[in-house]
Design a protein around this ligand. Structure first.
Ligand code: HEM
Ligand code: HEM
Length: 191
């Protein structure tokens, strides 16, 4: 008979992620994948027209609401990594452990790039952020064509890099198998 699981701790343990980190990871992953899918479909799949315009409007609106949660998610993990609160890496010591840590760090860095360049691209183009006609967020900066071009380029290149990193991340998660899923999605500690 299997023993009952003890409640999941709120904070990370050396061998598993706590409730807050799991909420941050899965909530962040859901928001990120939603933004990626909408962005890729609008940019590369749909022809110019009202449907594409509507999808961009949703991309910007979800981006506005996701801004604070995504930045909070990033800060939460970086703080955990720096303070040594993060669970120990699963990979054996050596290049594999370095690659695991670098991969997670790169995911967070590119995510931050996306979240910051998104609104900057709109504002530097001389527009407010339109949130589905509900409200606008006026630009705090002057129109700046050079900045608009650079942030647009970084946002587009960043999105391709993010896709590549997520694919590598999924391969890593599959390679670690149950052990990785268990500590990010498993139930409490078996008593
Ligand atoms: C998780 C964060 C985000 C992801 C993954 C993401 C993803 C994408 C992708 C894949 C594209 C298409 C790039 C291309 O190939 O041209 C795009 C474009 C764009 N994104 Fe984001 N984005 C994010 C955050 C944001 C935010 C926060 C905003 C603004 C509030 C924003 C505004 C835009 C705009 C205005 C475009 C260009 C639209 C156009 O070309 O007319 N994005 N994004
Ligand atoms: C549905 C797709 C995903 C799956 C199945 C998945 C799976 C996992 C698993 C199992 C871990 C724990 C690894 C360990 O034990 O140390 C993990 C950690 C991590 N994942 Fe994902 N992941 C997904 C999507 C994402 C996305 C979209 C991002 C970022 C944009 C991301 C960023 C991270 C980061 C930075 C970590 C390190 C811990 C943390 O910061 O939360 N993951 N992922």
């Amino acid at each position: 008979m299997s023993s009952p699981a003890t409640p999941l701790p709120t904070l990370d343990q050396p061998d598993r992620y706590g409730r807050l980190s799991r909420l941050a990871h899965w909530g962040g992953a859901l928001l990120t994948l939603t933004m990626l899918v909408i962005g890729v479909v609008a940019a590369d799949v749909l022809p110019k027209g009202p449907e594409r315009k509507a999808l961009w409007a949703w991309h910007v609106a979800i981006g506005v609401f996701a801004f604070v949660p995504l930045l909070a998610r990033i800060v939460w993990r970086v703080q955990a990594m720096l303070s040594g609160r993060s669970p120990q890496a699963l990979s054996p010591a050596g290049w594999q452990r370095v690659a695991e840590k670098a991969g997670h760090g790169a995911l967070l860095a590119v995510l931050a790039l996306m979240v910051l360049t998104g609104p900057l691209m709109v504002w530097s183009g001389g527009h407010p952020l339109h949130v589905l006609g509900w409200f606008d967020i006026a630009s705090p900066i002057e129109e700046n064509k050079a900045l608009h071009y650079r942030t647009g380029l970084l946002h587009a290149v960043g999105s391709k890099l993010l896709i590549a990193l997520i694919l590598v991340h999924l391969v890593g998660a599959v390679r670690h198998g149950r052990a990785a899923l268990q500590r990010m999605a498993g139930r409490g500690v078996a008593a």
